[in-house]
Design a protein around this ligand. Structure first.
Ligand code: NDP
Length: 282
């Protein structure tokens, strides 16, 4: 078995931005992404800056709406309401995690579905599951699918194992893989015989938030391995997959950093462009 092809998410994301920049330039009006942040989470601040830079690159305006750590839920909801009604605002993103005293679901569900570029509103979740045209697909799962397709165009009949069942990554990506005719297994913290199950995967997507948890006994030779995890450790940023183990076994592999992360941001830009088209349909 030869070494895996390492998929450079930065290069794929650059291509998406390149294509998008031309399309955005042709619009009558410049789309605007409103980013809502509550408090001062250092990791969130890095992500928000990266999103701001990416928007600038493709010609999307990004406006920052920063509330203090102790902002009340009513203040956050009032801000979202005003952004919902602001005709200049195309997309709204609430940077997670929110401070503990805020009800995350209540805040996310307050975003107008047509501006929900993160795709977390239940209406968009429902539309995605029902394969409705123009549903907003959450950015990380959408980016993962692009990566999988970079490795293999037709994934019909492949066995995909998704480790993690969160609303924002595991569940939606499992659904998208199913829509493309994979046989899908969803594993989680209560799953028994996880290494055996993972070893059956032609496509292994790991989103658990445990640094280097997936080692060689979890990987089928030749598998496409997508590492979604972002874990801050004393040795720097690490994925959920032990890169060195996977490198010798997988056919394709995403690194951390520079794997899924940049594609997530690129998909956010695509969703903002899609929101503009939706809102300006004649
Ligand atoms: P959550 O904490 O919401 O979900 C983690 C999931 O992993 C849960 O379903 C949990 O199972 C499962 N899990 C935890 N431990 C184990 C285990 N030992 N064996 C099997 N399953 C396990 O995390 P997210 O989905 O939000 O994020 C996952 C990772 O992806 C994180 O590192 C996060 O930082 C990263 N991430 C990266 C993004 C990117 O752009 N690259 C975007 C979003 C997230 P159970 O349901 O039973 O508790």
């Amino acid at each position: 078995m030869t070494a895996a092809v390492v998929i450079n998410g930065q290069v794929l994301a650059e291509q998406v931005r390149f294509d998008l920049k031309d399309k955005v330039a042709l619009l009558d009006k410049t789309p605007e992404l409103a980013v809502v942040m509550v408090g001062h989470n250092p990791a969130s601040e890095i992500y928000v800056k990266a999103k701001e830079r990416a928007c600038a690159e493709v010609g999307i305006i990004s406006s920052q709406h920063h509330l203090e750590e102790d902002a009340s839920e009513e203040e956050v909801l009032d801000l979202i309401d005003s952004l919902n009604h602001n005709r200049d605002v195309t997309g709204i993103l609430v940077q997670l995690p929110l401070p503990k005293h805020l009800d995350e679901k209540r805040v996310l569900y307050a975003i107008a579905p047509e501006k929900d570029v993160d795709g977390f509103h239940p209406l968009n979740t429902g539309c995605m599951v029902q394969k409705r045209e123009n549903a907003f697909v959450p950015c990380t799962p959408k980016g993962i699918m692009r990566i999988v397709h970079y490795a293999k165009e037709d994934i019909t009949g492949l066995h995909a194992v998704v480790v993690g069942r969160s609303q924002i990554v595991g569940l939606p990506v499992a659904n998208l893989l199913l829509q493309e005719n994979c046989t899908v297994t969803i594993a989680h913290s209560k799953t028994k015989n996880l290494p055996e199950i993972c070893r059956e995967a032609d496509i292994l997507v790991v989103a658990i938030g445990k640094p280097q948890f997936i080692t060689k006994e979890y990987i089928k030779p030749g598998a496409i391995v997508v590492d979604v995890g972002i874990n801050r450790t004393d040795e720097g940023l690490k994925g959920d997959v032990c890169f060195d183990d996977a490198y010798g076994l997988a056919s394709y592999l995403t690194p951390v950093p520079k794997g899924v992360g940049p594609m997530t941001i690129a998909m956010l830009l695509e969703n903002t462009y899609q929101a503009y088209l939706k809102q300006n349909r004649s």
